[in-house]
Design a protein around this ligand. Structure first.
Ligand code: FAD
Ligand code: FES
Length: 260
């Protein structure tokens, strides 16, 4: 389905941690959004033409609102401009985009929901919607600024890792799993590539079905420009090469489908 550009209205903007912001926006995209999908957010600055792809962190269908949680990457960036917006301001968006997590497959299973860094936010809506036997949320942060921790605690068993060891297991999410001797039948994960690579390897060694959400620089965000391809095992039927478009075919892939 062709997604229309629309004007979203900022409902609430909050700072959650150093450089990390949360924004609720009212938009039509909320009507059909699913966990693991993303929206393309445009700034109101004419010199920044390309949108910023940002994952959906929470969905409130009743109120027609989406929540995004994002990191400001520097001065004079689009994300910096988003962080300066106030309730009542408007911004153009397109969405929901991408495929989302197939969370229905987790029914009756013991599951790891894993997020690292700025890959943590999409895990929240996934945790809220997933109905599985055992929901183990394993999230990794740099330090004690464990944003969204309270929301996760309302939605499953939470295990935290921090790089500096200030909260939970010292190290990364895989260290937390080992330290706590956790086990799962299925994995859903989003985070930096080294983390996803380690999770993919662990899943394949242990025969665990694993879905990972990938991130790549994007331009069009709708499958037209091939800026965002990743290496896949199978040939893509559009391009006839071993590529998949993260924006359109993903961002969520079976770990065995892609090479990292
Ligand atoms: C599917 C997907 C989901 C994402 N979800 C989140 C999220 O929930 N929260 C969050 O903080 N970040 C998320 N990101 C990363 C986010 O898109 C970039 O941090 C952001 O686009 C950087 O924009 P900027 O204005 O800060 O930087 P600029 O330097 O001003 O960006 C310049 C251009 O490069 C693109 N770009 C730069 N870095 C990235 C990147 N890492 N990924 C894609 N495009 C990039 C920008 O979109 C923009 O077009 C996601 C990326 C993808 C692909
Ligand atoms: S960003 Fe253009 S094809 Fe994905």
């Amino acid at each position: 389905m062709e997604r229309q550009r629309e004007q979203a209205v900022v409902v609430l903007q909050e700072q959650l941690a150093d450089g990390i912001f949360s924004m609720w926006i009212r938009c039509q995209a909320a009507e059909t959004a699913k966990p693991g999908q993303f929206i393309s957010m445009y700034t109101n600055d004419g010199s920044k033409l390309l949108p910023r792809p940002i994952s959906i962190c929470e969905i409130d269908k009743e109120q027609g609102m989406l929540r995004v949680v994002y990191r400001v990457t520097g001065e004079n960036t689009g994300t910096k401009q988003f962080s300066e917006m106030k309730a009542g301001d408007t911004l153009p968006i397109i969405g929901p985009l991408g495929n989302g997590f197939p969370y229905e497959l987790a029914d009756g299973k013991r599951v790891f929901l894993m997020g690292g860094g700025i890959g943590v936010p999409p895990i929240l809506e996934l945790a809220k919607q997933m109905r599985c036997e055992k929901k183990q949320i394993v999230v990794g942060y740099r330090d004690s600024q464990t944003f969204l921790k309270e929301e996760f605690e309302q939605n499953g068993e939470v295990y935290i890792s921090t790089e500096d060891g200030s909260v939970g297991t010292k190290g990364n999410v895989m260290d937390a799993i080992r330290e706590q001797a956790l086990e799962a039948d299925m994995i859903y994960a989003c985070g930096p590539t080294p983390m996803l690579r380690a999770i993919k390897q662990y899943a394949e060694e242990n025969n665990i079905v694993c879905y990972i959400s990938l991130e790549e620089r994007m331009a069009c965000g709708i499958g037209a420009c091939l800026a965002c391809v990743c290496k896949s095992k199978e040939k893509d039927h559009h391009t006839n090469v071993n590529n998949k478009r993260i924006c359109k075919d993903g961002p969520v892939f079976l770990s065995t489908e892609v090479e990292l």
